[in-house]
Design a binder for this molecule. Structure first.
Ligand code: M6R
Length: 609
């Protein structure tokens, strides 16, 4: 998730306005920043690694001349957060500058093709190919206008993008296009503003128009024209007047970051399906060769590792040890050696316990693999190979969208490994890959159809002194995560166990009316789980079940139920099944008058041991 901004002003400095607007988009990414303007028919560019304030201190982002320009604040996906990878990116002739938010899936193929045609690449980004594609279109047909050249270029892109392009070829224009990544136009009597998000220009204008998927917009000082990329038909759309405060705008109109981030999951899960094959392949190769594999993490990321241990075992027949990072050195430190592989999972990439485990393992010559949301974090620097989970910055302290993305990456790794090892038939592989593609839609359905029901359940049980969360198999990981969410933001003491364990002790706590949340995908453990529900019911517990739509048996046994679309394979089930639990925790916190974004005593990133 990056932030892009562009403007065409009647007068004044584009660069200082772009700089101020990028500051308001910094929540979308902050590992490098850059601005390009057009002045005297030349591109003027300043860009560098670091947060906007740091780069501004070094370079003074405000003194580029010109009334037209584009800017970018980056959250690295392809290529490390270095100056050469920061946007804007330019073509070989220094005439075209591009900023981009999104991920181009077919960039390797396009890059090879362009390199064979003589184009010279400077960065490791996917974005740079867009500048060269536009250049290629113009050199093949010099009479082509800039907008047409961009149109032809984006037709060749697969993946997600919101781009803004300026060029000395038509120095009075900004051409933008969108597929999946957000893009909004704002305007007033002083000029036109194009951005990833409304907060970028809200202090300047509240007149906004959303550019939709598959559209291209050609902006000049005298107006704009929107057309469909597929067939160039013109689109007419009225602007809206936005009555949000800047604070509301930052949260996209949601009352809290947590609920905004829960709602972002369909999008982030789609992004997580666009990982670079190369890195997934490398990591699965290392896992394949490893003798011992430790999955090391804290908190929510540990729950992702726990779920992953089921995925690796069931799909690739690879035994792995999920370990709390804070226990890793004591529990396994001495047994780690050159044949061991550590897959460290940390959304921040900076969690002290996770990094200490990595250091210990490194000293014992183990191989370190990383999964993180922050490219450029310490974890990426100490890993032999790492993969980014593509969730974009998460501001709510409670991990939500980063958890489901971690699960998606881990499932993709398990599938790769399974294929490498020939453990699952091609039919089964195809089925699982197809199902993985449908998960974002499933999550969308859960949020849109179940949120109101979950709100009512939260109201009903808001005074409960204790909650239980139970699941069998991989759903035990989902149960642990549901418990953590409720405890950390709603301060409700909660227990989670593999459902079979509850009768070995915890069941003695059950009294009439205690809510027990059961995670009930229709997998191999469904029948036994029904017995576990009966045991709890017999002792007076109130059963809240998360079931697949149409699961009439468990529906009848439940006091309350939440439905998840049917037919999700077992190994993918934690992704959709955890979403109702995130919502439950959120609404219980609201019922108790708590702010879920800032739970007491907690920090987003725990950098002490
Ligand atoms: O950044 P990390 O994934 O390493 O963070 C690990 C935990 O601190 C984190 O998941 C924490 O448990 C979350 N606040 C839970 O919502």
């Amino acid at each position: 998730m990056c932030g892009i901004f562009g403007c065409i002003l009647k007068k004044g400095s584009a660069s200082s306005l772009i700089h101020a607007s990028l500051k308001r988009l910094e929540y979308r990414g902050y590992d490098s920043v850059g601005i390009a303007t057009l002045y005297n028919n030349q591109l003027q560019i300043k860009k560098g690694q670091g947060k906007i304030d740091e780069v501004h201190q070094r370079l003074n982002l405000d003194d580029l001349k010109g009334t037209i320009g584009i800017g970018h604040t980056r959250w690295a996906t392809h290529g490390a957060p270095l100056e050469i990878n920061s946007h804007p990116h330019i073509d070989c002739t220094n005439k075209i500058a591009v900023v981009h938010n999104g991920i181009i899936e077919n960039f390797s193929e396009l890059k090879s093709e362009l390199e064979n045609n003589g184009h010279n690449f400077i960065s490791k980004t996917d974005t740079e190919i867009i500048a060269h594609l536009i250049e290629d279109n113009i050199s093949k047909n010099p009479k082509k206008g800039l907008a047409d050249a961009v149109l032809e270029a984006v037709k060749r892109l697969e993946g997600s993008y919101a781009i803004a392009v300026i060029s000395t070829i038509e120095p009075d224009k900004i051409i933008c296009a969108r597929n999946e990544s957000p893009l909004v136009l704002g305007y007033n009597e002083k000029g036109y503003y194009i951005a990833s998000d409304i907060p970028a220009f809200l202090p300047i204008t509240n007149k906004a128009l959303v550019i939709k998927n598959g559209e291209l917009i050609n902006i000049s000082a005298s107006g704009y024209e929107i057309k469909k990329i597929v067939d160039s038909t013109l689109v007419s759309r009225e602007p809206k007047i936005i009555d949000w405060t800047p604070e509301m705008a930052l949260k996209k109109g949601y009352p809290h970051f947590m609920i905004k981030e829960i709602n972002e999951q369909p999008l982030t899960l789609r992004n997580t399906l666009r990982l670079q094959d190369h890195y997934l392949d490398l990591i699965s190769t290392f896992l394949d060769r490893a003798k011992d594999v430790f999955l090391v993490a804290c908190g929510t990321s540990y729950h992702a590792c726990l779920a992953a241990s089921y995925m690796f075992s069931k799909l690739a027949f690879l035994p792995t040890y999920p370990v709390y990072a804070s226990e890793f050195i004591e529990q396994h430190g001495k047994s780690v050696n050159i044949d061991s592989t550590i897959l460290a999972v940390s959304q921040s990439g900076e969690t002290a316990d996770t990094l200490s485990s990595v250091t210990c393992a490194q000293q014992r010559a183990a191989t370190i693999l990383g999964l993180t949301n922050v490219i450029g974090s310490t974890l990426t620097r100490v890993s032999r190979v790492y993969v980014g989970q593509q969730s974009g910055p998460e501001i709510g302290v409670a991990a939500t969208k980063t958890f489901t993305s971690e699960l998606s990456v881990l499932a993709q790794l398990a599938l790769r490994l399974s294929k490498k090892r020939g453990k699952v038939s091609q039919d089964e592989m195809d089925h699982l890959s197809e199902k993985l593609e449908t998960i974002p839609k499933n999550v969308e359905t859960i949020i849109s159809t179940q949120a109101n029901k979950i709100k009512k359940i939260a109201k009903k049980y808001k005074k409960a002194k204790i909650f239980f969360f139970l699941g069998r198999g991989i759903s035990a990981a989902t149960a642990y995560e549901g418990r953590l969410k409720l405890m950390e933001i709603a301060y409700v003491p909660s227990m989670a166990f593999p459902a079979g364990e509850s009768k070995h002790g915890p069941i003695s706590l059950i009294e009439s009316g205690i809510p027990v949340v059961f995670i009930c995908p229709k997998d191999g453990s469904h029948k036994t789980l029904i017995s576990n529900i009966m045991e709890m019911k017999a002792r007076g517990a109130s059963i809240i079940s998360v079931i697949e739509t149409g699961d009439e048996i468990i529906k009848k046994l439940s006091d309350d139920y939440i439905e998840v679309p049917a037919g999700i394979p077992e190994i993918l089930s934690p992704i959709p099944f955890v979403v109702p639990l995130q919502l439950l925790a959120y609404y219980v916190a609201l019922e108790k008058g708590l702010n879920p974004d800032t739970p007491r005593n907690l920090a987003k990133c725990v950098t002490v041991k």
